[in-house]
Design a protein around this ligand. Structure first.
Ligand SMILES: Nc1nc2c(ncn2[C@@H]2O[C@H](COP(=O)(O)OP(=O)(O)OP(=O)(O)O)[C@@H](O)[C@H]2O)c(=O)[nH]1
Length: 394
């Protein structure tokens, strides 16, 4: 983990919020990304937005629609954005930035990158985080995923990409609610909340959504220009979802890092269809191959300040062992070396540089780490944390 190691949170300045926000718009094939984008671009609040799309798939249609809506559009001219042309994304964003500086295109203060329906959003996030020039000029604002209210359930059943898109999202737009039954919409919302407890789920018909509900999903509140950790981390959503999965019994076991041996989070490493315990939290009335059963979303709360180097060791070990399955990690850390809190944020193998905040967001000074993972539960992660951070079990 090249980014976290060697960086002490004591020397890391708070990241300036001045960089241009980039939102990644993802969602399964035909789930309504273009329709959403079209509707958004009709909104005057979106006038200063550059759109990056690619020509993969429904080429002419996407091109035509976006070209009509935005002058400062850059069309990617080859292949799939995520897998084969990340370099193009770097070039495209650099080019956009340069043209903006030179006055060759209208000023813009936001970028939306639309992915193809089968795309994995993680490589795009990586591109934004890892290219030094891009990282200096752009920042990830958030991932917006469209999920089709009418067909989303089937897609989640059958398409692991659609589960991953929903799992890594900061905002989920439930599209086509005009054609889905209220019962199907409600069931899908429940299912999405279990996959990704912290992402607000916004129902929409024909892409009509208030842009304020989709953008500015990052750490910085654009109005106050200061970090808004509670809004960004939403750790309480994970705990609510965990409580729900346990039949509303709050054992308090996620509150204490010392509470091992008391495992209620039930890491289902078995194939689905194996015998679960009576209180396993699984919904047993579903298709046997649901991909979302591989997704875990949980929060660890740690009472005492943690040694920064121990935390780095832990994250490095976790990434080395299972980085691909760490879909999203966010944390507010109380580290021994600093009175001030440190924010960390990672997607799979990549971590943002840690950010030291100038003050605690509330009186609660406990460390909070939220995880969205695939086939990697709290019973695996917690002992690794305790071993590498506290030296337990050595
Ligand atoms: N009734 C209804 N139809 C919708 C809605 N959103 C999208 N559609 C229709 O669904 C189809 C696919 O929508 P698109 O916006 O092209 O979806 P997309 O995700 O961009 O599709 P790809 O780029 O092919 O992955 C189109 O025929 C849209 O008109 C909606 O809210 N309600």
């Amino acid at each position: 983990m090249q980014i976290l190691s060697g960086e002490s949170p004591l020397s890391a300045p708070a990241a300036p919020p001045a960089r241009l926000p980039v939102s990644v718009l993802t969602g399964f094939l035909g789930s309504g990304k273009t329709t959403l984008l079209q509707a958004l671009l009709r909104n005057p609040a979106m006038a200063r937005t550059a759109i990056v799309i690619n020509e993969f798939g429904e080429v002419g249609l996407d091109h035509l629609l976006v070209a009509k809506a935005s002058e400062n559009m850059v069309l990617m001219d080859s292949g799939c954005l995520c897998c084969t042309i990340r370099g193009d994304l770097v070039d495209t964003l650099r080019d956009l930035f340069l043209k903006r500086v030179k006055g060759e295109i209208p000023e813009f203060d936001r970028v939306v990158v639309e992915t193809t329906g089968l795309a994995d959003p993680a490589p795009i996030i990586h591109t934004l985080m890892s290219d030094p020039l891009l990282a200096a000029r752009f920042r990830l604002d958030g991932v917006i995923a469209t999920v089709d209210a009418a067909h989303g359930s089937l897609q989640l059943d059958r398409q692991p990409e659609s589960v991953k898109q929903a799992a890594v999202a900061d905002r989920i737009v439930l599209t086509k609610t005009d054609v889905a039954t209220p019962a199907a919409t409600a069931a899908l919302m429940q299912r999405l909340a279990a996959i990704n407890p912290a992402a607000p789920i916004i129902p929409a018909a024909h892409g009509e959504v208030d842009p304020n509900r989709l953008f500015d999903a990052g750490l910085y509140n654009p109005e106050t220009k200061s970090p808004d950790v509670a809004r960004w981390l939403r750790e309480e959503a994970y705990r609510d979802e965990q409580a729900k999965a346990h039949g509303h019994h709050d054992h308090g076991h996620h509150e204490h890092d010392h509470d091992h041996g008391h495992d209620h989070s039930h890491d289902h490493d078995h194939e689905h269809g194996d015998h679960c315990g009576p209180d396993c939290g699984h919904d047993h009335h579903h298709d046997a191959n649901r991909h979302d059963d591989h997704i875990r979303a949980f929060c660890m709360v740690i009472d005492r300040p943690i040694p920064w180097n121990g935390f780095v060791d832990f994250m490095e070990a976790l990434i080395a062992q299972a980085g691909e399955n760490l879909l999203r990690v966010k944390g507010l850390l109380n580290v021994q070396e600093s009175e001030l809190p440190v924010v960390v944020h990672g997607v799979q193998h990549m971590f943002h540089p840690p950010v030291r905040l100038e003050e605690w967001p509330s009186d609660d000074h406990r460390t909070k780490l939220v995880f969205i993972t695939r086939d990697l539960g709290q019973p695996v992660i917690e002992p690794l944390f305790n071993g590498l951070v506290w030296g337990e079990g050595k």
